[in-house]
Design a protein around this ligand. Structure first.
Ligand SMILES: CC(=O)N[C@H]1[C@@H](OP(=O)(O)OP(=O)(O)OC[C@H]2O[C@@H](n3ccc(=O)[nH]c3=O)[C@H](O)[C@@H]2O)O[C@H](CO)[C@@H](O)[C@@H]1O
Ligand SMILES: C=C(OP(=O)(O)O)C(=O)O
Length: 430
């Protein structure tokens, strides 16, 4: 079991290149199964979820090489559309194989996907949408079998602009016969990138990034190359980390327009941020202040994935901030951990009232999910004394060697294997 140990109170300073986006790379890698030639994807982050996705591609017979953040994938050797249970259960994004494999090979068999515990996360929109494209779906005993000779274009209207369902259905529709319209589609930047990648392979998509996407099905997708965009959630986390330590951090390889919501909220909290074409800089500010209201929402709203890291900053901001989580029903699991560090937060259903305290103190805490873990890192950087974060594997799903990135900015953070001297003297909890 690995842990992070942070000696808080160091001001972050320096420059860092933001790595490729997990949430953009995962559907792009799944979409590769629809092509009939080799594909090269660059800037693929070296993350646990990516390795699971590459293992899934290998498990269905694709030839995969991954080095220097480049993934070379030859899908022409795919010889099965049954995904092993132990890979399906490791992450939510395993569901992305459903649309592409069904569209390309006419059948797919999966078990229910795994993922972070942040809510119930059903897959009903994915299944209903595929049925509207003519798939026959049998969902029983924990397995889902889908069949279709060739998917038929159709009109789909999502009850909620689900990112994953929009991506899965957009991928499937690329090889369907005729036109598909996805209404109330998600507008996240990752959807634009997925559409750009598919278009580079010969797909015909318009409207990605708007709430109505139109896909004209084609017979085949050929080979191609694509650069994964920078990770906007890592960008936001590093901005927050720089701000909470009163630091001066320059982030390169960013797309500021994808981070508008978090930049605006940080400015409201008194943080100075400047943006140029692909650079963001957090400058030293004189004190953090509370934000009246932060409400998570689909893009371009404030991203749910940054709610926990921002809350860790607000825990030290003067005044009381109100944080509402509207996307997932159970995404406040970081609150009890922040309370161990001296935060003053009260939760009422899906709203948290965060009264800023003068000081957070180091403690032994546990990452309950990916972004909850990131929030604890933010809190640990700002706290007095040592923070030990358990269950680091959650953080490794979305941040590439987070300790190395933060050390490059001057943080005192190390990764240890239990038992280790630096962790002794701090009491573990269940
Ligand atoms: C790999 C990836 O890109 N993950 C992101 C993606 O997850 P993901 O694609 O799973 O998130 P969705 O946008 O689908 O989920 C949003 C809401 O819709 C609900 N829902 C979704 C699908 C469905 O079939 N039925 C249903 O009820 C979910 O339970 C949730 O309450 O978007 C989330 C919301 O921005 C982010 O937090 C995740 O980081
Ligand atoms: C919830 C997240 O990811 P996933 O959808 O892959 O579980 C996340 O990236 O914060």
């Amino acid at each position: 079991m690995e842990r992070l140990v942070i000696e808080g109170g160091r001001r972050l300073a320096g420059s860092l290149r933001v790595h490729g986006s997990k949430n953009a790379a995962l559907p792009i890698l799944a979409a590769v199964t629809m092509a009939d030639e080799e594909i090269l994807i660059r800037d693929v982050p070296n993350l646990e979820d990516i390795h699971v996705m590459l293992d899934i591609l290998r498990s269905v017979g694709a030839k995969v090489r991954y080095f220097d953040h480049q993934a070379f994938i030859d899908p022409t050797s795919i010889d099965t559309t049954v995904i092993p249970d132990h890979l399906m259960s490791q992450m939510r994004s395993s569901i992305f194989l459903m649309g592409p494999l069904l569209a390309r090979f006419g059948a797919v068999r999966i078990s229910k996907p795994g993922g972070c515990s942040i809510g119930s996360r059903p897959i009903d929109f994915h299944l209903k949408g595929l049925e509207q494209l003519g798939a026959e779906i049998i969902d029983r005993h924990g397995y889902i079998e889908c069949r279709a000779n060739r998917l038929q274009g159709g009109t789909i209207f999502l009850d909620f602009p689900s990112v994953g369902a929009t991506e899965n259905l957009m991928m499937a529709a690329c090889l369907a016969e005729g036109e598909t319209v996805i209404g109330n589609a998600a507008r996240e930047p990752e959807i634009r990138d997925l559409a750009a990648f598919l278009t580079a392979l010969g797909a015909r998509i318009s409207g990605a990034g708007d709430d109505t996407i139109v896909i004209e099905g084609v017979r085949r997708l050929h080979g191609g190359q694509y650069d994964v965009p920078p990770d906007r959630i890592v960008t936001g986390t590093l901005l927050i980390a720089g701000a909470v330590t009163g630091g001066n951090v320059v982030l390169t390889n960013v797309r500021p327009s994808d981070s508008t919501a978090v930049i605006m909220k940080l400015r409201e909290a008194g943080v100075q941020i400047s943006a140029t074409r692909d650079i963001l800089e957090v400058r030293e500010s004189d004190g953090l202040r509370a934000i009246d209201r932060v409400q998570t929402a689909p893009f371009p709203g404030f991203p749910t994935d940054l709610q926990a890291p921002l809350m860790a900053l607000l825990a030290k901001a003067k005044g009381t901030s109100i944080v509402s989580e509207t996307v997932f029903e159970d995404r406040f699991r970081h609150v009890p951990e922040l309370l161990r560090m001296g935060a003053a937060i009260k939760v009422d259903l899906r709203t948290a009232f965060v009264r800023g305290v003068r000081e957070l103190t180091g403690a032994f805490v546990s990452a309950t999910d990916l972004r909850a873990g990131a929030a604890l890192v933010v809190a640990g950087l700002a706290a007095n004394g040592s923070t030990v974060i358990d269950r680091v594997f959650h953080i490794d799903r979305g941040y590439e060697s987070i300790e190395l990135q933060l050390r490059a900015l001057g943080a005192d953070i190390v990764r240890i294997r239990e038992p280790d001297r630096r962790a002794q003297g701090l009491t573990a909890h269940a």
